[in-house]
Design a binder for this molecule. Sequence first.
Ligand SMILES: Cc1cc2nc3c(=O)[nH]c(=O)nc-3n(C[C@H](O)[C@H](O)[C@H](O)COP(=O)(O)OP(=O)(O)OC[C@H]3O[C@@H](n4cnc5c(N)ncnc54)[C@H](O)[C@@H]3O)c2cc1C
Length: 387
Amino acid sequence: MEREHFDWPFLEDRHRRLATELDAWAASHVHDVHGDDVDASCRSLVKQLGQSGWLAHAVAGSEYGGAANVIDTRSICILRETLAYHAGLADFAFAMQGLGSGAISLAGTAQQKAAWLPRVARGEVISAFALSEPEAGSDVAAMSCAARLDGGHYVLDGEKTWISNGGIADLYVVFARTGELPGARGISAFIVTADTPGFEIAERIHVIAPHPLARLRFNNCRIAASQRIGESGEGFKIAMRTLDVFRTSVAAAALGFARRAMSEGLERARTRKMFNQTLSDFQLTQAKLAQMATTIDSAALLTYRAAWRRDGGHNVTREAAMAKLAATEGAQQVIDAALQMWGGMGVVSEQTVERLYREIRALRIYEGATEVQQLIIARELLKGAKA
Ligand SMILES: Cc1cc2nc3c(=O)[nH]c(=O)nc-3n(C[C@H](O)[C@H](O)[C@H](O)COP(=O)(O)OP(=O)(O)OC[C@H]3O[C@@H](n4cnc5c(N)ncnc54)[C@H](O)[C@@H]3O)c2cc1C
């Protein structure tokens, strides 16, 4: 993978070492084509990523198996960009271990952290983040899944959908309404294990870039009150803080896909013979390549700026939204242009550009669709204008 951008001043030498070591590891350990059994591939990737130490970057707290006491945004961006370049499913496996256990890293008790984080970091336990519902996606505060306190227990009833790792996860962090106040203020976070009576996988969902995904159902599902993460009513804040850590890394994953498409596009342009020349001899092709490279560099600058600012302790609401918006939308354009260069070959199943074309699509929707990022950026700008 091309690594010149890792020399940018946003990064430190430890990040450059991480990028070099991971790129070499990924080139020999992960493949972008996997068999039909996506669950098995995902389980095996989680194990490999854990055993090789990469998942340590996805959890916080050195005493709990984390690489550092706080999750380093630049490290997870490098990890996701590099893994996405090599294989979308490897990026997914890494990201979900972090997102799924993020609430525990950020707001768990010492006992919850000790019980889960070391195993998540070693790849022995698979985690999931269960926030969205059929009627509460972008408008997540409209959720209706309820958790009713009953003595020393909470009883969960309702549904969650689009839950990545649903069906293979051992640990689900579930957000449910505890009803202190309406909207965002009446939500709490809980740890639910896959074997809890009353919890079931209602439906497996098949998407254009296959990965484990499911609708979950809770029916009189009793969990100990000690499985609540953070204070009652703090769940929405915990969910937003978790997404805040990982949003910039979605941009990094999009960058990884875009860079792979760029390299595929360049290869095709240099080698495809037509009209007694090669595809790259045509200025129309050169314009396309120039636009692709410029889109990638702009997205990378926004992504690593957001990560660097966040690691410096700054609020990056606006910067992270800009990075996600530019990198995911830009990657879609870059991949489309690369696919076009491949002509008919570009739409053949499991060709690299065809796979990338499918992989990128959901990134423009999840963890805040593009329109939601636009609203966030505008809100931040208008807040500044009022001040
Ligand atoms: C592959 C995949 C994996 C996912 N994994 C998880 C997961 O692990 N955990 C989890 O909790 N959720 C997950 N999600 C859910 C994801 O976060 C939601 O799909 C997303 O929040 C959008 O919600 P929705 O699908 O209900 O779409 P809706 O909320 O119905 O939005 C539909 C569209 O409306 C537009 N829109 C939204 N808001 C506005 C606005 N204010 N103005 C104008 N237009 C707007 C956007 O274009 C959006 O795509 C996943 C989704 C996908 C596709």
